[in-house]
Design a protein around this ligand. Structure first.
Ligand code: NI
Length: 177
C-alpha cells in the first residue's frame, strides 16, 4: 500500500465526471488499498477517486469514523437509489484542508454499488453516513461541498481559500514525514 497525493481544490480533476469501473483487476485493488491508506494518513472519513487524481467511480468511506473504530466500505460505481429528509451539518473535505462549511444533505440515503470484488450490494446510511455518502458520490460527478453553499457564502469561502493558498497554508497539508 502507498499513500497517494491528495488533489486539492481548485484542481481540474475534482471537476471531472468520473468514469465507470469496468475491470476488477489488480490495479483497481491497489488503487482501493492506496485510497484507504491515504485517507487514514490524512485522518479523513471518506475519499473519492478524483481526489487521488484517478477519475474513476470509486469511493471509500469509514463507517466507523464517528465511533473511532475503523470500518471501511468500498463503493464501486455507486448510485443513489433514494434520498429522504434533510439535515444540515458541518462538513470538511480532504481536498479543502482546514475548511469547514455548513451543508444541507439528505437525512437518509440508499445507495447501490458494487463491492471491491464486483458484487452488487445496497446500503442505507443515516445522518453522518448519509452526509458522507452524499458528499463522496458528489465528488464522482465533479460536485464539491462549496457548490451547496449560497452564492454569497460560496464567494466568501472562495476568497478565504484564495488567501490561504497565497499564504502557503495549503502547501503540503498532509506531510508524509
Ligand atoms: Ni470531499
Amino acid at each position: 500500500m502507498a499513500i497517494r497525493e491528495i488533489v486539492l481544490y481548485p484542481s481540474e480533476v475534482l471537476r471531472e465526471k468520473a468514469k465507470e469501473v469496468e475491470v476488477f483487476d489488480d490495479e483497481l485493488q491497489k488503487l482501493l488499498d492506496d485510497m484507504v491508506e491515504t485517507m487514514r494518513h490524512a485522518k479523513g472519513a471518506g475519499l473519492a477517486g478524483n481526489q487521488v487524481g484517478v477519475p474513476l467511480r470509486v469511493i471509500v468511506v469509514d463507517f466507523g469514523a464517528l465511533e473511532g473504530k475503523e470500518d471501511i466500505k468500498f463503493f464501486i460505481n455507486p448510485e443513489i437509489v433514494s434520498e429522504e429528509g434533510e439535515r444540515k451539518d458541518t462538513e470538511g473535505c480532504l481536498s479543502f484542508p482546514q475548511i469547514f462549511v455548513e451543508v444541507k444533505r439528505p437525512k437518509k440515503i440508499k445507495v447501490r454499488a458494487l463491492d471491491r470484488e464486483g458484487k452488487p450490494f445496497e446500503i442505507v446510511g443515516e445522518d453522518f453516513l448519509s452526509k458522507a455518502l452524499s458528499h463522496e458520490i458528489d465528488h464522482l460527478n465533479g460536485v464539491l461541498m462549496i457548490d451547496h453553499l449560497s452564492p454569497l457564502k460560496r464567494e466568501l469561502t472562495k476568497k478565504r481559500i484564495k488567501k490561504m493558498i497565497k499564504e502557503g497554508q495549503w502547501d503540503d497539508p498532509y506531510p508524509q514525514k
